[in-house]
Design a protein around this ligand. Structure first.
Ligand code: XMP
Length: 590
């Protein structure tokens, strides 16, 4: 049951991965529509149960004898409805934490050792469990990290067993599904390609599909699925060079699609169409909206020019599941049932109003909208796409525009007890909500990065005003001499970012570090002094599905080499290393 959490569908998917079929319902679903359920999981969410319009549920569900597990907000909702007490904690807990299990006889925690690594993302907590419940486990800041009332078959956990960072999370879900609900393994994921192709044919009807491909994994796999479902006469692909691509990208795309032999992908150059409306824009959501809407305009122009606007074409997109959740949009448009209520962290370019309108008219097909990145790669592999393509790092649709940070005004950096407060704002995700805050720069050379990364989470939790921490790797001047310049997206800054990104990518490939990370964004921030008005932030991360991520420790020699090469460029004032996990940061800065 969806209470608006970023991870709601992740829970559904984890359950399917364990071999049990699952469906997502709005949390308010009535007991009557849930009669067939063997068990119920209530997701986490960004609201507070005591807020007036926060998501609630039919209390009758909790007395129906159906085993129910509340996760995070779900646990708090059970508590509130059954007469316990929920309140705001003294401090938030975002990221890694340790669980101490007191009740090893609980079926929910069966087979787990007493001390467990878990993932937390909350501020509210259960202060007093409802009558009849007992506490199973605690953390240093939460005395009700797991609770149960086995007689009523009700369970609650404050942490997130569905994310990979909770080491024994899958075991806890298995305990619930098989030990408590008594489910059978009856779900087989190997039928999914045939199912998706059938969905594409159904959605398209007698219409054809027009597709923007980016050269990335998602759009290529989605495009290939459409080709397989409808045949090359009915599918038309266009690659748009937005002027926001990385070095050599257009050439890579030309070669890839030529080699794939599809021959149905055409290249469209539209740099000025994207760059002109971005002039003077610094706000990330505005950038995202402008780019998304430009894609719609370019699409309309191309379709009109090629006589495709005759009502016989619909638009295909490579949207994957996390894109829809973090845009706070709807998901599973094909089933129409599970309207996701997640908070908007970032609006993805394929969820802007122009696209939403097409979706409402049934003019969009998104074969991968229910899948996560690792599943998309798996599907691509099953369809015979090359590893060179499938192993590429993800690259965001809005491209370098969201890695080229801007500032409307000039600002000094200020000294704070923990380091330097740099007023370049970036997006974060804390307790399922979006944050937009300055970054804390610390002066330590990150050779002890692993330790610093844990400290970074602590620092963000502790110092209210920031959502990200970066370490200074090398700089021309000390931070006290630097400031944030008024800065926008220009041809010059894009060229600078492209060059810096090219250097980092090249060294990554040569050293083999490329294969050790999930993604390695390179970000340009308007921090510097004198003629050197920009700095580069390195953001190597590891992730499984993009929903959570770890900042990755880089080998010292590679880091030094990168910094030295980058500082050879006179416009670059310094090189920094982003130490923030997700949450509390996001992978991209905007
Ligand atoms: P964040 O920054 O939200 O990113 O932690 C999660 C993953 O999504 C990618 N990303 C995007 N992909 N369109 C995309 O196709 C977008 O607008 C977009 N924004 C972020 C990001 O690179 C990371 O892999």
């Amino acid at each position: 049951m969806d209470t608006g959490g970023q991870y709601c569908h992740l829970i559904a998917r984890k359950v399917r991965e364990l071999g049990v079929s699952s469906e997502v319902f709005p949390s308010e679903a009535r007991l009557e529509s849930l009669c067939h359920a063997r068990g119920i999981v209530i997701s986490g969410g960004p609201a507070s149960v005591y807020d007036p319009h926060s998501p609630s549920m039919d209390a009758a569900v909790l007395s129906a004898g159906v085993p129910t597990l509340g996760i995070c907000y779900g646990q708090q909702l059970i508590t509130q409805l059954l007469g316990g007490e929920v309140r705001k904690g003294d401090k938030g807990e975002f990221g890694l934490a340790f669980l101490d299990i007191q009740a090893s006889d609980s079926r929910l925690l069966a087979g787990l050792t007493d001390h467990q690594k878990i993932w937390m993302s909350h501020r509210d907590l259960v202060a007093v469990p409802p009558p009849g419940f007992r506490v199973l486990a605690t953390t240093s800041t939460c005395s009700t990290a797991a609770i149960e009332d086995p007689a009523r078959r009700l369970y609650g956990v404050q942490f997130h067993p569905e994310v990979v960072h909770t080491t024994e999370g899958a075991r806890i879900l298995e305990n619930f599904l098989f030990g408590i609900c008594g489910c059978d393994k009856d779900w087989n994921p190997s039928d999914r390609i045939a199912q998706v192709e059938e969905q594409v044919r159904e959605r398209a009807g007698d219409r054809n599909v027009f597709f923007f491909v980016s050269g990335g994994v998602d759009s290529t796999v989605a495009f290939t699925l459409c080709l397989a479902a409808l045949g090359s006469e009915r599918v038309c692909g266009v690659y748009v060079d937005t002027g926001l691509m990385r070095e050599g990208e257009t050439e890579f795309v030309e070669q890839t699609f030529a080699a794939l032999g599809h021959g149905v992908v055409q290249i469209e150059r539209a740099e000025e169409e994207f760059l002109a409306p971005l002039e003077g824009v610094h706000e990330p959501e505005l950038k995202r909206h402008i780019i998304g809407e430009q894609f719609v305009k370019v699409q309309e122009r191309i379709m009109a020019a090629r006589g495709l606007a005759d009502g016989r074409w619909i638009l295909g997109q490579g949207t994957i599941y996390p894109d829809t959740i973090e845009s706070g949009g709807t998901s599973s448009h094909q089933s129409g049932r599970d309207q996701s209520k997640a908070a908007t962290i970032k609006t993805h370019h394929n969820r802007v109003p122009g696209i939403q309108k097409l979706m409402e008219q049934g003019l969009i097909v998104e074969p991968l909208a229910d899948f996560y990145k690792d599943e998309v790669r798996e599907i691509g592999r099953e369809m015979g796409l090359s590893a060179a393509l499938l192993d590429r790092h993800p690259f965001p649709g809005p491209g370098l525009a969201i890695r080229c940070l801007c500032s409307a005004e000039e600002h000094p950096v200020t000294r704070v007890p923990e380091g330097w407060l740099v007023p370049v704002h970036s997006v974060g995700v804390q307790g399922d909500s979006r944050s937009y805050a300055p970054v804390l720069a610390i002066d330590a050379f990150p050779s002890a990065a692993a330790r610093l990364q844990d400290e970074a989470t602590e620092l963000v939790n502790r110092s209210a005003g920031v959502n990200r921490v970066m370490a200074r790797v090398a700089a021309r001047e000390p931070l006290s001499h630097q400031r944030v310049f008024s800065s926008y997206i220009t041809h010059g800054r894009l060229a600078l970012l492209r060059r810096a990104d090219g250097i980092v990518r090249d060294l990554c490939f040569k050293s083999g570090f490329d294969a050790k990370v999930w993604q390695f964004p390179v970000i340009l921030i308007p921090l510097g002094s004198g003629e050197s008005r920009d700095s580069v932030v390195l953001r190597p991360i590891f992730s499984v599905d993009g929903m959570t991520a770890d900042s990755v420790t880089m080998p010292d020699d590679l880091l030094r080499k990168m910094a030295a090469e980058l500082l050879e460029i006179t416009e670059i004032a310094g090189v920094y290393y982003d130490l923030t996990h997700k949450p509390p940061g996001t992978i991209e800065w905007e």
